[in-house]
Design a protein around this ligand. Structure first.
Ligand code: ATP
Ligand code: MG
Length: 286
């Protein structure tokens, strides 16, 4: 647990520091539309993420975790349309209803993201150095030379050895775990205030999962970011985040500190999630 971070209670009582929450979501709904069908994916969820706070989102497959993440990022689903209502306040600014161009500017620069599959999220034809340089040049207007120097620092920060040489390699020259480190470097390159990690370790084997989780914890602390960590696995949440929201069928059914939820879950659904998974013990160091 990170002491000193804001701990927001689960009820609706006025909360000290809530006004200062980096992200404040109220009544968020998301409905997929296509082929004459309307599929509700989020049924009005409320949550907040404080500054430099790490918050977990746990729930079974299909409970709405990724739709929640994508709603904050303003990402549209491929092949269908989505209608969203409610409020997504980031730094006091309403994100719902912003144009795609406005959201593109926020994504990467203010909100970074890491997804499950590191291979499809990297461009196979570009070197990884070029891909990180591109973020810094596009979002920060840096010169090629300044960007490359920061890129090498970032690769070092995420634990890539010989970063100056490795920057010239292509994604397929890296292992799965190393590609996920590269993606994390891309995600934090512009020092976003919020990092959203959606199942960032699911595709990796258990030892590598622990290394990547430890890296995320370290970066969150070093860069002072807020973290939204999405997983179906309570073992990942324990020891990683301050608070947790439990999702079921497009709703938040329970929330509170990780300790409280792990030790005395209210909902049978939450108990089942906790019992379903072996706990991952994080080894020291990365
Ligand atoms: N492109 C889409 N078109 C229609 N419905 C979708 C689409 N994407 C997701 N859904 C629906 O939205 C709901 C929530 O999906 P979501 O991907 O957020 O779940 P999840 O909690 O991330 O699950 P998982 O753990 O499997 O990643 C599901 O019922 C799903 O069927
Ligand atoms: Mg998902």
């Amino acid at each position: 647990m990170m002491s000193g971070d804001p701990v927001l209670p689960k009820d609706d009582a006025p909360v000290e520091g809530e006004a200062a929450a980096l992200l404040r979501v109220r009544g968020l709904t998301a409905t997929f539309e296509g082929h004459g069908h309307r599929v509700p994916a989020l049924r009005g969820i409320d949550f907040e993420v404080g500054r430099a706070e790490s918050v977990g989102f746990v729930g079974e497959s299909g409970s709405g975790k990724s739709v929640t993440a994508r709603s904050v990022l303003g990402l549209e689903p491929e092949g269908s349309t989505i209608e969203r209502t409610g409020s997504v306040l980031f730094n006091g600014r309403e994100l719902l209803g912003l144009s795609d161009k406005q959201m593109q500017d926020i994504r990467g620069r203010q909100v970074g993201m890491v997804f499950q599959d590191p291979m499809t999220s990297l461009n196979p034809v570009l070197t990884i150095g070029d891909q990180i340089d591109d973020m810094l040049r596009r979002h920060r207007g840096w010169s090629r030379r300044a960007a490359r120097s920061r890129t090498v620092e970032l690769l070092d920060l995420v634990g890539i050895r010989e970063p100056a040489q490795r920057a010239n390699d292509h994604p397929h020259q890296f292992s799965g775990g190393m590609r996920q480190r590269v993606l994390i470097a891309v995600a934090v390159s512009c020092e976003p205030e919020l990092l959203i990690a959606d199942e960032p370790t699911t595709a990796l084997d258990v030892t590598v999962q622990a290394q990547i989780l430890r890296l995320l914890i370290r970066l969150r602390e070093e860069l002072g970011m807020s973290l939204m960590l999405i997983t179906h696995d309570f073992g990942v949440i324990a020891g990683m985040v301050d608070r947790v929201y439990v999702m079921y069928r497009g709703e938040v059914v329970e929330s509170g500190s990780v300790d409280a939820i792990m030790h005395s879950p209210r909902e049978d659904y939450t108990k089942a999630l906790i019992q379903a998974v072996p706990r991952i013990e994080l080894p020291e160091g990365t």
